[in-house]
Design a binder for this molecule. Sequence first.
Ligand code: BG6
Length: 461
Amino acid sequence: MNSDAFVFFGATGDLAQKKVFPALQALARDGRLDIPVIGFARSPWSDAHFREHAKKSIEQHDTLDPAAFERLARHLHYVRGDYTDPAAFERLAKALGSAKHPLHYLAIAPSRFEMVVRGLHAAGCTEGARVVVEKPFGRDLASARELNATLHASFDESAIFRIDHYLGKEPVQNLLYYRFANSFLEPIWNRNHVASVQITMAEAFGVQGRGAFYDEVGATRDVVQNHLLQVLALLAMDPPVNTGADALRDEKLRLFRAIRPLATDQVVRGQFAGYRNETGVAPNSNVETYVAMRLAIDNWRWAGVPIYIRAGKNLPLTCTEVQVELVRPPQRLFPDDPPHAANTLRFRLSPDVLIAQGARVKAPGEAMAGRDVELIARRAAHEDRLPYERLLGDALRGDAALFTRDDCVEAAWAVVQPALNETAPVEPYEPGTWGPAGAARLIAGGHWHNPHLTPPTPPSA
Ligand code: BG6
């Protein structure tokens, strides 16, 4: 069943400008949004002002497609209101007219979810409706449970869509596809052949004016509990029995439950120099803008394989990459065997897209000496579709496969929970470096794999 109206809370906010309006334009372009789109927020705007705001947002953050925008603009309406005001929700109900299955998109702080859901419920707007909620879904396990209870009071779990925009990214979906559409990976995808897994999410920018938000959150809550644990789940879970939403989420859940709760001595938190001067940040803030951790998965497939995850702001470049190292050959046959793992699998998730397999080949010449090469399975300059276009389109159709289920979101919080209230001082690092020196101590006998943006030189014939 398709939704027949799109209601958008937080329509005047930052996320709306950057991600949501461009996605709505793309959906309108494909003819997938011929329904009323109602913005709901506190600013005293008219429909015309709202349309103009949408247009400017798209011009600033994407490319305006005049025909597609026109198609979207026809459907844009605005309802002004306070989230605590029952009359505002009555106005919304009126604006919904004959719509029977609206989709309510809560692009607002989780502290407001309850108010909005109650308002919607009281005005009769939750019946037959779906709700899409933004991350962060709570700030720890207890608050996630509370949020789930709040949502469940008005919506069935099948009508709740928890967004993690990473799951809408093509290269992230490709992890699932590549693993299970091929048979060559499965025999080696386990503790017998994989030596370690590293996931790095590096960003070359700071908090970009979001200091007040970020200082409440920090790197672990902002990107590890959600984006990076989802990436890990796709890399490490068992094959789902089919591609249905529940089959996928069942396997993710089993994986999350097998991850040992993060021990505090397996985490290094860092903060870039200058963070405390950002607007909205406490002058004595101990919030991490960088986190590195070592996780363990206690199941037959992964027991004993270290999983390293790190994420940071103001690192040397912007890139998300997975590097899987395979175990070394059992015998050191050639004298020039390198100190690093010869066989790797590299999944670049952004800014470009890459799947590559590292190997050693003999260098031409008399000596039995070699060099590293990479077999490239897929390379693309960037991903084509906007994650929000994909996700909002799926939610409008009621396809929940790329959304996080209640039990999965709670299980992911349980993984990072022990490290959330860490009071030990963050380790400082200089902007433009790979984070605090202390992160190296998490990797015994190895090192962090730092992504580099220039493509490796192709091997000569
Ligand atoms: C968001 C985080 O969820 O993801 C940001 O709040 C982060 O801090 C962003 O920068 C990264 O997503 P993307 O798709 O821009 O790489």
